[in-house]
Design a protein around this ligand. Structure first.
Ligand SMILES: Cc1ncc(COP(=O)(O)O)c(C=O)c1O
Length: 419
C-alpha cells in the first residue's frame, strides 16, 4: 500500500533500462527516438577529451568541498559564462550553485519560490513539456499556463501573460514566478532583448521572480539561408532600472550545449543570497558527483576545446536541420520555418489529424496520431505534452544520424498515410 502521492507517481513512468533503440544494421526494427533532446554528434569528441584529461584524483573519492559545486568548477563556469553570455554584471563563482541537472533545479526553484496549494509558477505554452513534472510532481505547487503560442517572441506576449496573471489572481492563485526557456524549447527561437526587457518589466510590476532556463544558450547555430537569431542571456540586459537583481535567476547546465547529459550537472546563477542559501540547503539531496564536477571543470577550463566542440555542434546542427526541412517538404508536412536554436523543430500536423476518427476532437485526434507513430516505431512528442494552445503540433528532435532521420521521417510519413 503506497501513500496517495506514491500511488500517483507509480503511474508516471520514465526512461528506465535498456531501450529497444534503432540501429540501421544491428537493430533495424528498433524504435527511432526523435523525442530525446541530446546532441549525440558531440559524444565521441567529448569522450575522447575526457579520456585524455581524466585522472581520477583522490578528492573524487571524498565528500570534498560539499554538495553544491566545487570552487574550481564554479570558477570555470563563471569564467565561461562571463565570456559567452556577456553579462552586464560579471558572474561571480559565489553566484553559482551546482546540482545534478537543471531538471532538479527547476523543482528546487518551485520549492523555494512557492508555497504548496496556493502558489503557482506561470509559463507560456507551448513550452518544454517536462516542466510540468519537474515543477509540480513532488512540490504540490500549481502551474499557470498561458497560451502565448508560436509567436511569443515579441513584447506583445506580455499582454497575454498579464491577462493570465490577473485571471489566476481572480481565482485566488498567487503567482510567484515566471519561467521562460531561452532559447526556446520546442520552438528553437531566441527572445530578442526588447522582449526580455518587457518580460522583466512585467515581473517587476507583479513583484514576481523571473527564472530563465538558458540550457540551450550555445546551441544556437547560424543559418546562411535565412536571418539568424542571436541568443541574449537575461543577464546581458541592463535591468538596473527595471527590476531588483534578487528577482532574476538563470539556469544553465552541461546537458545540451556540450552533449554531456550523462555528467548530470546543472547550475543556478543568482545574485539573491537568500535564494541561493535556500537552494543550497536542499540541493544536498541531489548533489553531483565529485568525478563529474572534476571532468566538467577540466572541460570548461579548456576554452579552445570548448570552441572547437561548439563550432562542430553548430555545423552539424545546421546541416541536419536543412536535411530535416528538405525531407519534411518532400513529404508535404508543415513546420515552423523560423528558428536556429535547439535540437528540434515544431511540426504542424493539424492538416493530417484523423478528426473523423475522433468525433472532431482535435486533442483526441492528436493522441491517435501519436499512438500511430509509436506503432510505426518512431517517437515524437505530441504538442499536448508541451501545452500547445492548438492540437496537431509535434516536436521533432532532428539531431540524429542522417540515416536515422530519413528512416524516422519515412515511418512518420507511412503512419500518416496508413489506417
Ligand atoms: C528546457 C530544458 N530544461 C532542462 C532540461 C533538463 O536538463 P538536465 O539534463 O540538466 O536535467 C531540458 C532537457 O530536455 C530542457 O529541455
Amino acid at each position: 500500500m503506497l501513500s496517495t502521492r506514491g500511488a500517483a507517481w507509480a503511474k508516471v513512468g520514465f526512461l528506465h533500462g535498456k531501450q529497444n533503440a534503432y540501429h540501421p544494421i544491428q537493430n533495424p526494427n528498433g524504435v527511432i527516438a526523435l523525442n530525446n533532446a541530446e546532441n549525440g554528434f558531440l559524444h565521441a569528441d567529448l569522450a575522447n577529451f575526457f579520456n585524455k584529461h581524466n585522472h581520477f584524483e583522490d578528492n573524487c573519492c571524498a565528500y570534498g568541498e560539499g554538495y553544491t559545486g566545487t570552487l574550481r568548477l564554479r570558477t570555470a563556469m563563471s569564467n565561461h559564462l562571463n565570456s559567452h553570455f556577456q553579462p552586464v554584471w560579471p558572474i561571480d563563482p559565489e553566484d553559482i550553485t551546482f546540482t545534478a541537472g537543471v531538471t532538479d533545479l527547476n523543482e528546487v526553484c518551485a520549492l523555494v519560490t512557492c508555497n504548496p496549494e496556493t502558489d503557482a509558477i506561470m509559463l507560456g505554452g507551448p513550452v518544454y513539456g517536462t516542466f510540468s513534472k519537474d515543477l509540480a510532481l513532488r512540490t504540490g505547487i500549481k502551474l499557470e499556463w498561458v497560451p502565448v503560442g508560436t509567436d511569443q517572441f515579441t513584447p506583445d506576449c506580455v499582454a497575454t501573460f498579464d491577462a493570465g496573471f490577473e485571471d489566476a489572481k481572480a481565482r485566488g492563485v498567487n503567482i510567484r514566478a515566471l519561467i521562460i526557456c531561452n532559447p526556446h524549447n520546442p520552438l528553437g527561437r531566441c527572445y530578442p532583448p526588447e522582449t526580455l526587457r518587457a518580460l522583466l518589466q512585467f515581473c517587476a510590476s507583479k513583484g514576481i521572480h523571473l527564472i530563465s532556463d538558458e540550457i540551450y544558450a550555445l546551441t544556437t547555430y547560424p543559418r546562411d539561408d535565412q536571418p539568424s537569431e542571436k541568443f541574449t542571456s537575461i543577464r546581458a540586459i541592463d535591468y538596473s532600472d527595471i527590476i531588483g537583481p534578487t528577482q532574476v535567476h538563470v539556469l544553465y547546465g552541461m546537458s545540451k550545449d556540450y552533449g554531456a547529459a550523462g555528467l548530470r550537472l546543472g547550475c543556478l546563477v543568482s545574485q539573491n543570497r537568500e535564494f541561493r542559501n535556500a537552494v543550497r540547503a536542499i540541493c544536498r539531496f541531489s548533489s553531483p558527483s565529485q568525478f563529474s564536477m572534476d571532468l566538467a571543470a577540466k572541460f570548461l577550463e579548456d576554452q579552445n576545446f570548448v570552441k572547437q566542440l561548439l563550432d562542430k555542434s553548430h555545423r552539424v546542427l545546421f546541416k541536419i536541420r536543412l536535411l530535416a526541412e528538405k525531407l519534411l517538404d518532400e513529404a508535404g508536412l508543415r513546420y515552423e520555418k523560423k528558428g536556429n536554436a535547439g535540437l528540434f523543430m515544431w511540426l504542424d500536423l493539424s492538416p493530417q489529424l484523423p478528426l473523423s476518427e475522433a468525433d472532431g476532437d482535435g486533442w483526441a485526434a492528436e493522441k491517435l496520431l501519436s499512438e500511430r507513430f509509436t506503432r510505426a516505431g518512431v517517437k515524437v512528442d505530441p504538442g499536448a505534452e508541451y501545452q500547445s494552445p492548438e492540437p496537431g503540433r509535434f516536436r521533432l528532435m532532428f539531431c540524429v544520424e542522417e540515416d536515422t532521420l530519413r528512416e524516422g521521417l519515412r515511418r512518420i510519413a507511412t503512419a500518416l498515410k496508413a489506417e
